[in-house]
Structure formats: structure tokens, C-alpha cells
Design a protein around this ligand. Sequence first.
Ligand SMILES: Cc1ncc(COP(=O)(O)O)c(C=O)c1O
Length: 469
Amino acid sequence: MAEEQRRAPLFEALQAYARKVRAPLHVPGHKMGRAAPPEWRAFLGESGLAIDQTEAPGLDDLHAPEGVIAEAQELAAAAFGAWRSYFLVGGTTAGLHALILAACEPGTAIAVPRHAHRSVLGALILAGLRPHWVRVAFDPELGLATGADRGSLQEALQGAAAAVLVHPTYYGIAAALEAEIGLVHGAGLPVLVDEAHGTHFAFHPDLPPSALSLGADGVVQSVHKTGGSLTQSSLCHLGRGSRLTPARVAEMLRLVQTTSPSYLLMASLDVARRALALEGRAAWERALVLAEEARRRVEAIPGLRVRPTDDPTKLLIDVRRRSISGFRAAEWLWDEAGVAVEAAGLTYLLAVLTPGDTMETVDTLAAALSRLPSDEGVPALPPEPPWPEVVMTPRAAYLGPKRAVPLEEAVGRIAAELVAPYPPGIPVVAPGERLTRDVVDYLGHAARSGWHLQGPADPRLRSIQVVEE
Ligand SMILES: Cc1ncc(COP(=O)(O)O)c(C=O)c1O
């Protein structure tokens, strides 16, 4: 790795500022922690608060970077293999919003896989786009979405202005990204990749290839998830040869991001990039070894199986043969053993390992899992949700006049909100789609079964928001 990657220009500038300043007559008003509540200061530490700064001398400006932020972003671009990289303080959500706004004019269509994160739907609402939904394939045993259907993607590209791809899924399934990018580029369209869970891919050859290395035009990564930075900090990249223009992406970032970006978050991106560039390979080698050991130990426990995924550091544990649901297992692990997993579904647990883990973590997980009780059994997996009938744009449905009606009375109405039950973790209905009998029955079943429902204003879904007609 190039010598320049040893630098962390933004972090260095913040420390230099804290050493030099005598009279910080500007916000933030806690004045480097001096006016912060003492217990907070004691807990966080003085040095952390001292670099919670704003656009003070020498600290550059995220929205018009020419100094240390520009340098730090250039170092990030070099480390990740990007043409341009941008710091995000509003998570991957902000980056997806900016990329989609930059790629598509209002009223145009965009190809979106049905298992895309709700932040993508948020971008469709903000930008006033028409979704061309892409069907997804499901793992027949665990009931979770595994990736976009190629034929459906091909169809969805017709008349679209861009395509969104998800790489990897939440569960570490990395899809045939190269072929999918080829399809989208073959149609002459830009590819925007949600790589929220793949920041680490560029730093170890045993991990799936990164979207940038496969020619994506725009990529967003939640560095806070696996890259080691603070929660809420992400990176948006443009690939070399990107069909998007940096000026337009920067403009959209100015639109969607705060004018007071946290320097703590940005500095954490700067140092996380340095660590990945300098020691990423060794660190992820350790994580891969740990994950392999964890897999071996879990597989040895009666009734448990680890479903292979493309990212081995995601441990997707099938609990069905233990006669317990994943939800119940996650609750038991937390209550009885203090083990907190990343996610649980009806049939599985998801544990995420990173260089922050040790053999002790693996021991604790394996010991707890070996004591996991058998319970009431695992309810049957739901059938695939009905395919949506899109009636109006998500923007018109979500932002226009709407009201709540009892779920049973919603048949035939147009949904004004998203409802994504877990399982299957994809929207059963999105704003602008018809609430057919099938959709209402599916949602009723999900609500009665106590599945986690993402999106609706009424979390128990006794009522649902519909478009006022
Ligand atoms: C696949 C996917 N995309 C996007 C996001 C949004 O990322 P962030 O929380 O960094 O805004 C998430 C968050 O969980 C996600 O899982």
C-alpha cells in the first residue's frame, strides 16, 4: 500500500487545531467539552470532545472541500479503488439518496430489486421516480431473499434511467454482481450499488470482489458496519469511468446532508480508511479464521447448521432442527447468556464477526448455542408475497393526502406506506401499490403471527395508511 496511506489528514488537522486554539469563539457551544455536563465529559473523555469541531481554521468544509477533507477523501478513493469518494455523515441512506437523485430526473423510472433497503424507497419518494421492481429469488429453506432474478432485471431495465443493485445482502449473499453490472451497462445505464455490508470486501482476496472492482458507477458503503468507523459514517464512491458526474453527486450530497457534519464521524472515516489500507488484509484474515472456527463449532452442535454464504464472516445459523424459532433463540441468547446477535428470523440467527472479535467471542457464542433449548418448534415459512400492482408513484402516494383505515377495510385501496414483514424481509406492499385481497390477507397473517413489521405507522398493523381517493 502506498506510503501516503499512512496519513490521516483530517484527524491530524483536528489534533493540531485542539493544540493551537486559545479562544474558540465559535460553535459547538460546549467549547471542546468545557461546557459539557461533567459526567458526560468524564465518560467520553476530554480529547474526544476537543475534536467535536466545526469548520474552524484549517478544518476545511465537507460541502466545498479544498483542504484536509479533500485530501482525506482522495486517500479514501485511492484505498478503495474509486475515482471519487465522499464522506457521509448520514449513513448509507444519505449516499443512496444522493446517488439516485443524481442519476435520475423526476418522473423517470429506476430498476430496483424488491429486497432493496427502505432507504432506496426513500430516494424514490424524494426524487419522484417510478419503480420498475425486480423479482428476487428466495432461499427455499430459510425463506430469505438471496438476490435479484436476472430475467426480471433485464425486463426492468427497459425504459429505466438507472438500476440499483444490492451487494451483498444483509446475510452476506453476494449475487452474481459482475453479470448484473454487465446487463445494466449493456442497456447503457448507470449501476448504483448498495454495498452497505461490503466495506471490507476490497481488503481481502477471500471475500467477494468489491462493486468498484467490477465497474459499478456509484457505490455506497456503511463503513460503520464492517469498516470500523463510528455509527452513521459511510462512504459514497464513484467508480473509474463512472457515468455519473462528480459535480452533480456533490450537489445532491449538499442537498441531503446536514450543514453541520460531525467531525468526529468524518475523522473516524479517515482513521478507519488508514487502518483498512495499512492492516486491512491482516485484520480480515484474523476475522476469517475466527469465522471458520465459529462455523466449525456451531456445526458441531446438534440441531444447528451454518448456511454457507459468500461472505464467511456472516454466520447465518439455521435453527430449525433445534425446534426453536430464530426470534425465540435470539431472545434466549440475550436473556440467558448476554449474547446479542445481529438479526434473527423465523428460521435463523445472523451473527457478524469482524476484526473486533476474539476467540473469546467465539467461545461465548458456541457455549451459549450449545445450551439453546428446544421450544415450541418452528412455524411454517410464509409463501412468497404477492407481486405488487403499482398504481401511482411512491412519492404521490406517500406525500399526498392519506388516512388510516382498519386493515380489513383496505382491500382495493392504494397503500400510502411501506410494510415489510420479517420474514421475508422484503416489502409486501410499498406506497402507490394496490392493497389486493391477497396482499391484505398476507399482511393480516404476518401481523397475527407477531412478525416484526417494518414501515407502518401502526406497528401492529390494526390499521394501514391508504391514499385518500
Ligand atoms: C442493505 C442496506 N442498505 C442500506 C442501509 C442503510 O445504511 P445506513 O444505516 O448506513 O444508513 C442498510 C442499513 O441497515 C442496509 O442493511
